[in-house]
Each structure stands twice: as structure tokens, then as C-alpha cells.
Design a protein around this ligand. Structure first.
Ligand code: ZN
Length: 117
């Protein structure tokens, strides 16, 4: 379980990948300020490129995870969402969902996740 506020796992990873792209572009943009120093500019560009490559890898990883994720219809908002692992949350309404019969009916909520940490 993650320390951060609990949310849908796939969404969380997707946000991470998106932020990597942003960091990459910011770093590359930073290189423009070193136009007069080609070596420093090149380093910035390569660093930015590394972030974007990392993001591509993370996106690829999400794709792999998505194939393993179980598609269910959320009982709360009736939308089709993807579950990863034993417990996860609806991508749309953050309804806690579980595939584990043992956990069914038990108070799986935010506090349950906090105790597990
Ligand atoms: Zn839902």
C-alpha cells in the first residue's frame, strides 16, 4: 500500500508518467538559456530527453498493467473501471472496490488502508 492518499493505481501511475513528460520539457526548455554554451545546452537537452524516455517506459508499463487489471463495472457510478491488485478504487468516483471475497463487507475504506501501512 502506498503512503500517498489512496486513489486508483493505474490513474496514479498515469499521473506520474505525465509529470515526467512535463519535467522533461521544462529541463529541455531550460537548455535554451544556455544557447551560448553548446555543451551545457546539449546536457540539458539530453537530460530532458531522458525524462521523456522514462515517461515512455512508464506508459509502456501502464499498458502492461492494464492487461493484467480486471475490468469491472463500478456499482456506484456504473462506469467500467479497472482494478489492480486486491483492493483498488474506481477511476471515476473513487468508490473502494475489491475482488477478494474475504474483504467483502469488511470496512475497506481510507482508514483500512492507513492501518495496513
Ligand atoms: Zn465509480
Amino acid at each position: 500500500m502506498n503512503m500517498a492518499k489512496y486513489s486508483n493505481k493505474i490513474n496514479k501511475i498515469r499521473t506520474f508518467a505525465l509529470s515526467l513528460i512535463f519535467v522533461g520539457f521544462i529541463v529541455m526548455y531550460g537548455g535554451i538559456f544556455f544557447r551560448t554554451k553548446p555543451i551545457i545546452m546539449t546536457i540539458f537537452m539530453l537530460l530532458g530527453l531522458l525524462f521523456i524516455i522514462a515517461s515512455t517506459i512508464v506508459y509502456f508499463w501502464i499498458g502492461m498493467l492494464s492487461t493484467k487489471a480486471v475490468q469491472v463495472t463500478c456499482p456506484n457510478c456504473k462506469k467500467v473501471t479497472k482494478l489492480l491488485g486486491r483492493v483498488d478504487m474506481c477511476m471515476y468516483c473513487r468508490e473502494p472496490l475489491t475482488l477478494d471475497r474475504e474483504l467483502e463487507g469488511k470496512e475497506f475504506d481510507e482508514s483500512y488502508n492507513k492501518k495496513k501501512m
